[in-house]
Design a protein around this ligand. Structure first.
Ligand code: AHR
Length: 501
């Protein structure tokens, strides 16, 4: 049996675990907004049309901040279309997803929904087909308390008090040839700098995110970050990262170790940002907003998108509705481990996305809402990871993967807030259990120990409409603490959270 040993010391920390690390992402895409969170005819819908069963699940998931309204969608979005009397709002073609946008949900309605779910609004501005002028007008509309035409318009549209949005994304994936208004790094860097400067003239305290690469696989990766930050270093607070993972060609071992790829991605972007810092002789540090990450079977989507017909522009079609297996959830758990282990530089992140579209929550029109397998590692980590991320010293056997080479058989992260400690463990072995020991001798008395997580004899098991509770959290009763050492046996292909105290 494989084994791994962890040493933890409460004095050796990586950084504070920010609540924004457990953010989400809602894009106007497929059945995410319409027939997802908003379905006025659903039996649980309130007078505002939002499904209360979905609200309850989003609250349970524990998403701190939600990026909105895209994604690729934002690069063609006219925010003014989504405010004012609903019946007068225009219907538009959404070029990004080949759909019709009805604009029945816009800024006001979305904020109303966020008030139900208790999450912070993070707005993305359109730097694809629009620019600084429109971004400024949106900022004025959203944040200026009173005394201007846009503030007055907001009040007339039903909201006297400003939205007070603190964090803003300057466009989306502008390095991607698929993006409306795609630019090269020089052009985007100048545009983002111009937009950020203008927005800061209105409010110097905003937190601004420049677009990084759409993925580490992009041919411009690295150079894109360097050039964009060269132009924007003094104007922004974050550079974004996006990464989606999928199991290709049945290579489960490589897929489970996707966190190794995410580690390398984050460390490369930190290196690029710090390079610009040194060239600029700056004391300022740019953090990472990992504002799209998840498992996404995007190769299936590429196939489907080829079948679109020119004159077919449906409202809320079923798009990107991946059903997630136990193996997918274990991989998501591994990605959360990677984010926690970089808590010093990744201070904001968004699981992409939230409902129906590559989502931890699924819904059926007129029917139930349920938790996908990926719901569990996210909700548990969001609930348990508190205080500071600890520097985990890991001494583990390795397992071999075709893509990442030999990797530690266990991925581990830990957090503590002084009174309680949580250890997050992923067993990447595809067939064997792994015994993990954790040296806790530097911790005061540990109190109760609880271990729960996800694993299954069938790693392909999913939750779906027919069987929405097939996969649930399980307790791992092998956990014990004796003489300052915690011991636990992790099943193959598993993710586990252990709490002490
Ligand atoms: O999350 C789905 C899409 O993935 C987003 O719209 C885009 O930003 C990314 O390519």
């Amino acid at each position: 049996m494989a084994s791994a040993h962890l040493t933890l010391d409460p004095a050796f920390t990586i950084g504070t675990v920010r609540r924004r690390l457990f953010g989400g992402f809602v894009e106007h895409l497929g059945r995410h907004v319409y027939d997802g969170i908003h379905e006025p005819t659903h039996p649980t819908a309130g007078p505002d049309g939002f499904r209360r069963d979905v609200v309850d699940l989003v609250r349970e998931l524990g998403v701190s901040a939600i990026r909105y309204p895209g994604g690729n969608f934002v690069s063609g979005y006219v925010w003014e279309d989504g405010v004012g009397p609903v019946d007068e709002r225009p219907r538009r073609l959404d070029l990004a997803w080949h759909s019709t946008e009805t604009n029945r949900v816009g800024l006001h309605e979305f904020q109303q929904w966020l008030d139900h779910v208790g999450s912070e609004l993070v707005l993305a501005v359109n730097l694809g087909t629009r620019g600084p002028k429109e971004a400024l007008e949106l900022l004025e509309y959203a944040n200026v308390p009173a005394g201007t035409t846009r503030a007055q318009q907001r009040a007339q549209n039903g909201r006297q008090e400003p939205f007070g949005v603190r964090m803003w994304c300057l466009g989306n994936e502008m390095d991607g040839p698929w993006q409306l208004g795609h630019r090269d790094a020089e052009d985007y860097g100048k545009l983002a700098s111009m937009t950020a400067k203008a927005m800061r003239q209105l409010d110097p305290d905003l937190e601004l995110v420049a677009c990084g690469s759409s993925g580490r696989y992009m041919p411009t990766f690295g150079e894109w970050e360097r050039t964009v930050l060269h132009h924007t270093y003094d104007d922004v607070d974050y550079i974004s990262c996006h990464a989606y993972y999928e199991e290709l060609d049945g290579d489960l071992a490589s897929f489970l170790a996707s966190g190794v790829h995410m580690d390398g991605f984050i460390e490369s972007v930190v290196a690029a940002a710090d390079h610009v810092r040194s060239v600029k002789r700056s004391d300022k540090r740019i953090d990472i907003s990992f504002d799209e990450w998840n498992v996404w079977y995007s190769s299936r989507w590429q196939e489907k998108s080829r079948t679109f017909t020119v004159d077919d522009w449906p409202v809320a079609p079923r798009l990107l509705e991946d059903a997630y297996s136990v193996a997918d959830a274990v991989t998501v758990g591994g990605l959360l481990v990677s984010l926690l282990n970089h808590a010093d530089r990744v201070t904001s992140a968004s699981l992409a996305q939230l409902v129906n579209v590559i989502a931890p929550i699924m819904t059926e029109p007129g029917g139930p809402a349920w938790r996908q397998t990926t719901f569990f590692p996210f909700s548990l980590t969001s609930r348990l990871a508190r205080g500071s991320a600890l520097r985990v010293v890991l001494d583990a056997d390795t397992t071999s993967t075709a893509v990442h080479g030999d990797v530690p058989v266990v991925a581990a992260a830990a957090t503590t807030d002084g009174s309680s400690t949580a250890v997050f463990l992923q067993n990447r072995h595809t067939t064997e259990p792994t015994t993990v020991t954790v040296d806790l001798s530097r911790f005061p008395a540990t109190g109760d120990v609880v271990a729960q997580g996800l694993w299954d004899e069938d790693v392909r098991a999913v939750n779906d409409l027919a069987n929405p509770e097939r996969v649930r959290l399980r307790s791992n009763d092998t956990v014990e603490v004796a003489d300052g050492v915690l011991t636990i046996e992790l099943p193959p292909v598993s993710w586990t959270a252990v709490t002490l105290g």
